[in-house]
Design a protein around this ligand. Structure first.
Ligand code: GLN
Ligand code: ZN
Length: 751
């Protein structure tokens, strides 16, 4: 019979219980027993909630104290040597994730195109593996003791190896034969424990695969299937496309596919599916917060049912629910209408269950759920809060994307106007968000102080930052961003079309969570957002003041985005709002405006074939924000740390007068792409790694700057830190900026 299933539940807890337990354990305020107990309570609660929602296949081993990739690394006995000195297993686990005074942490990177970060396995030639299956087994038993038979989840071998790193030239995939016995032992241990099914996640199946990866799939599953419980290979975040034949021909018992990102793959998958294989259809979005259109989802499920019958069908979310907040019922601050359009993890499980009962017992069995879904959807479609004619009309109007003159001409005008020295110095925007700043913001929110008092405080902070920058001798000043809680939220709160949750937390990494804004309707800017602060700061100094904005692609990328129109359309609306802000800053006499786009690269689609279309509209949106200003207004952008070499064409097309990037940790390695591409505009490669409290000396900074000057013509170079300084303390900031300014001064003397 058709069954309802889940692939994974958020671990962090509806009130971020796990975050709190982890952080108090790390601080030494509570002991391991308290942490372990919190984990047990959360697992029990989540299993029970899934059961109560009517989910028949409930996952286990989806819980993690830090990250499921790291859990897999531990299970396979592949923890790097440098952590061996930490004897206690729990301590060692956190040492891998967070580092110790002797051993730097393992690297962390983004999980596919989500905002979740996993710990990258570090493998080397001759790597040995040794199974420690206890976590998966313990959690399976723990659920069973609560009366719940679960389907354990593990990361599959090809995905685990594909996401690992080794020394240059070493391909971790060559370790497949070495790792398979450990996988086989794990799977047979689960089988011996009585697990009937196991979910093996292989999301790399939605990526462009090499021949070696494809061969690895065939080889791995031929070895594992005979000793394992029934294997459901789970794919998500995209379509199988050219990997479909491969996935459908694996000797496994079932396949999960994402029909939210790729509904069009249903028919080809049904055509390719082996005659015995179970198909799990992911029809409820595991990546976004919108309520499911149950009629549309039911149509997909029905199509699968017609072809393969009830016995081989499972209904599930598209992916693990890790990427959505836990419970919409916690949101007491959202209005009822907006709430009726949304579904968080718990509500999504209700939707999966409703679809399963409808297919098994007829639509009448889930009548209320279907009616509510249809009504919410109809209201959503018609709501004047979503579609605003004047915004849509403006979005449709063509706007010139090019600046009035090419860069060499703009540069002349800007140089005459700004009169900056060679190697001009600046910072990326934010100054320390100290406890005092955060407390004042909290006091305002709680009504302890009024807006006037809060703004007076911000003015004092801003004025102090301006004085400090003058005293240190920086050339281009910033106001310090003290008024901003977050670089996206600050803008979202002032734009129409955005909503904010109280508790809509999603895990980013470890104990860190983010609370993305929800873009629910047409976006527009009712009033200037930053002019007040930039103009105030500019009034305090004769030096150039740089205005600070977050770019449209980054705002889009770090929000939950509406799905009733293309992302490009929403991005264009945001871009028009930012464009207006740029023009208002210019009109207020601000001669330099920085539009941050640190998320531009992370928005790249998973498949190379889709890159060009994305880069085309994303870069157009950036250009749209900047193209309205006069030649003499200098546009900066900032992009943090990114792999630039394969997007250089897009970076050039952005045509910012100045781009700043993070380069100090890579020892200017990232600059090579700019050198090789003969990047034509100006560039500020960071010479101070702001991610650590360490104060780099002048010699160190100078070495980096010289390296930069060897790669890029010196008259194109700016001198700045890697990123904003909001997480740093004032003493380091002062010391580092003094060194940075001195470094620039000495460079000027030398060239
Ligand atoms: N202007 C922002 C700041 O300085 C940029 C932050 C970022 O790049 N992530 O904080
Ligand atoms: Zn940055």
């Amino acid at each position: 019979m058709t069954r309802s299933a889940n692939l994974g539940f958020p671990r962090i807890g509806a009130h971020r219980e796990l975050k709190k337990a982890l952080e108090s354990y790390w601080k030494g305020e509570t002991d391991a027993a308290v942490l372990l107990e919190t984990g047990r309570e959360l697992r029990a609660r989540h299993w029970r909630q899934q059961r109560e929602a009517g989910i028949e296949i409930v996952p286990s081993n989806d819980f993690s104290f830090y990250d499921h990739m790291l859990d897999m690394t531990v299970a396979l006995g592949a923890v790097p040597e440098r952590f061996a000195r930490t004897a206690d297993p729990l301590e060692r686990y956190f040492a891998c994730a967070r580092g110790t005074s002797e051993a730097p942490a393992m690297e962390m990177t983004k999980w596919f195109d989500t905002n979740y970060h996993y710990i990258v396995p570090e493998l080397h030639e001759g790597q040995r593996f040794a199974l420690s299956a206890s976590k998966a087994l313990d959690e399976f038993r723990e659920a069973r003791e609560l009366g719940i038979e679960t389907r354990p989840v593990i990361v599959g071998p090809v995905t685990w190896l594909s996401l690992a790193k080794g020394e240059a030239g070493f391909d971790p995939l060559t370790l497949l034969d070495a790792v398979l016995p450990a996988y086989a032992d794990l799977l047979s241990a689960l089988k011996a424990e009585g697990a009937e099914w196991v979910q093996v996640d292989e999301p790399v199946l939605v990526l462009d695969l090499s021949e070696a990866q494809k061969a690895a799939f065939a080889r791995a599953y031929a070895a594992l299937a005979p000793v394992a419980p029934n294997i459901l290979v789970a794919t998500y975040f995209g379509a199988l496309l050219d990997n479909l034949e491969l996935a459908a021909s694996l000797p496994v018992a079932g396949l999960h596919i994402d029909l939210v990102r790729a509904p069009e793959q249903l028919v080809p998958v049904l055509d390719a599916l082996g005659p015995q294989m179970v198909l799990s259809v992911g029809v409820v979005d595991g990546r976004n917060i919108w309520r499911t259109d149950l009629d549309a989802a039911f149509a997909l499920v029905g199509k699968a049912w017609d072809r393969i019958g009830p016995g081989r069908l499972e209904i599930a979310p598209s992916s693990s629910l890790l990427h959505t907040p836990v419970d919409l019922d916690e949101e007491t601050g959202l209005d009822a209408e907006l709430k009726s359009w949304l579904a968080f993890s718990r509500q999504k499980l209700d939707e999966v269950a409703a679809l399963a009962s409808a297919i098994k017992r007829g639509r009448g069995a889930a009548k209320a759920a279907f009616e509510a879904s249809a009504a919410a959807l109809a209201a959503h479609k018609a709501s004047p809060r979503i579609h605003r004619r004047e915004v849509e009309a403006r979005t449709a109007e063509p706007v010139e994307l090019a600046r009035s003159s090419p860069f060499p001409e703009r540069r002349k005008v800007q140089r005459a106007r700004l009169r900056l020295p060679a190697f001009p110095t600046t910072t990326i925007g934010s100054f320390p968000q100290t406890r005092a700043v955060r407390e004042k913001r909290a006091a305002l929110r709680k009504g302890i102080i009024d807006t006037a008092a809060y703004e007076r405080f911000l003015e004092e902070e801003t004025a102090a930052a301006v004085r400090l920058q003058e005293r240190l001798g920086l050339d281009v000043l910033v106001h310090g961003e003290f008024e901003r809680n977050d670089m996206v939220e600050y803008f979202g709160e002032q734009l129409d079309g955005f909503a904010f949750t109280r508790n809509g937390w999603v895990q980013s990494y470890g104990s860190r969570c983010v609370k993305p804004p929800i873009i629910y309707g047409d976006v527009s800017r009712p009033a200037p957002m930053t002019v007040r602060w930039s103009a105030y700061a500019a009034s305090l100094t004769d030096r150039p003041m740089k205005g600070m904005l977050t770019g449209p692609v980054t705002i889009l990328q770090w929000s939950f985005v509406r799905v009733d129109q293309p992302r490009s359309e929403t991005c264009r609306q945001i871009a028009l709002a930012i464009r207006d802000e740029v023009l208002d800053l210019e009109a207020a006499g601000i001669g330099i405006v920085q539009i941050d786009e640190p998320a531009l690269r992370e928005g790249l689609p998973l498949r190379r074939g889709d890159w060009e279309a994305y880069l085309s509209w994303a870069v157009d949106c950036f250009r749209l924000t900047a193209s309205g200003v006069a030649d003499g207004t200098q546009i900066h952008t900032h992009m943090c740390y990114a792999q630039f070499e394969d997007i250089m064409q897009a970076i050039v097309r952005m045509d910012a007068d100045v781009i700043s990037i993070e380069t100090s940790r890579s020892h200017m390695h990232l600059l090579e792409a700019f050198r090789d591409f003969r990047y034509p505009n100006e560039i500020g490669p960071g010479i101070w790694d702001i991610h650590s409290p360490r104060v780099p000396g002048r010699i160190e900074m100078e070495a980096l700057l010289r390296k930069a000057a060897a790669a890029i013509p010196p008259d194109q170079l700016w001198v700045n830190p890697d990123c904003g300084l909001k997480t740093r303390g004032w003493p380091e900031v002062e010391a580092c900026l003094a060194n940075l300014v001195e470094t620039a001064r000495r460079m000027r003397e030398m060239v």
